[in-house]
Design a protein around this ligand. Structure first.
Ligand code: GLY
Length: 296
């Protein structure tokens, strides 16, 4: 079995083999960036380079970045959200694009980490206003899944800007002028837990019932928000981000992030010092564990 830190090592060395340079983990309090209080994704320290500045380490970068997402604090208590996490990230600054990123990520998940391909689901961008549907990603995924003997019609789902567009600010409408963003393609892991109909009639990758969790997001960052809408950035960039703790969940086929090998020792300690059972107090204990980790 791989540990969380062995998964990080495998991710970094896989992308190093594909010509990426490892960049340092940046401080959780961003340096020289007054736009946000905490580093909340691996791309945060790379914004100037995604906008076109030259990065001293080149055009292919990889790292594992400590992140804190204050905006997720009210989600804590479910089976998959944490405010603090480590994000595995790889970037192309105007170098490779979709036809390299998508097959590499699939290879990493299924061959390097060995996730069962049957449990993986894909989402792609179906278009929004003047920004077209991401047909190229859809075609690439169709080819990969077909060559693996999987039915692309059952595995690929398309969503609009509320789910398959990524920027630091969220959807295109929420982005301030000058902010980079783009359509994304996400991979979800299916834990096969029963669907909870409170979240809708049918289950699907972006359903909130907890059966599916998103484990990685390839953002095709090629747009900048302008006064009147969107323009293309000088480069077509790739900004990939995937939560290490979520990948560990998939690797261990553990539908509860707090029961993975990384967080379970904290759970056991909390049960011991409170003399209470986790199964009777899941939500409260998840909040305590999450906030404890984040505060440390
Ligand atoms: N920057 C990609 C992500 O956070 O999902």
């Amino acid at each position: 079995m791989l540990s969380a830190s062995q998964i990080i090592d495998k991710y970094i060395s896989f992308f190093e083999k594909h010509g990426h340079k490892k960049i340092a983990n940046s401080p959780l309090i961003p340096l020289n960036d007054p736009t946000t209080l905490f580093t909340s994704s691996g791309m945060q320290p790379l914004v100037p380079y995604l906008l076109g500045e030259k990065h001293p380490q080149g055009v292919r970068l990889v790292n594992a970045q400590n992140c804190f997402r204050a905006q997720d604090i009210d989600e804590i208590g479910d089976n998959r959200h944490t405010t603090f996490f480590r994000m595995l990230g790889n970037w192309s600054l105007g170098d490779y694009f979709k036809k390299e990123q998508i097959p590499w990520y699939w290879e990493f998940l299924t061959k390097v980490i060995g996730l069962p391909k049957e449990k993986l689901y894909i989402t792609v961008f179906k278009g929004f206003e003047s920004i077209p549907r991401d047909e190229e990603s859809e075609k690439l995924w169709t080819e990969i899944l077909s060559s693996e003997g999987l039915d692309p019609k059952e595995k690929i789902f398309s969503y609009g800007a509320e789910k398959n567009w990524w920027s630091r600010a969220g959807t295109p409408k929420k982005m301030p002028k000058g902010e980079p963003g783009g359509p994304d393609s996400e991979v979800f892991f299916d834990f096969g837990t029963p669907h909870d109909s409170r979240f809708g009639e049918e289950c699907h990758p972006n359903c909130e019932c907890g059966r599916f969790i998103e484990i990685g997001n390839s953002v095709f960052m090629e747009y900048i928000k302008t006064e009147s809408g969107f323009e293309k950035l000088p480069n077509q960039n790739v900004d990939f981000g995937g939560g290490l703790e979520r990948l560990l969940q998939a690797y261990e086929n553990q539908a509860d992030i707090f029961e993975t090998s990384l967080l379970y020792p904290i759970l056991k300690t909390l049960e011991k010092i409170t003399a209470k059972n986790y199964k009777d107090h899941k939500r409260e204990m998840r909040i305590v564990m999450d906030h404890f980790v984040a505060a440390v």
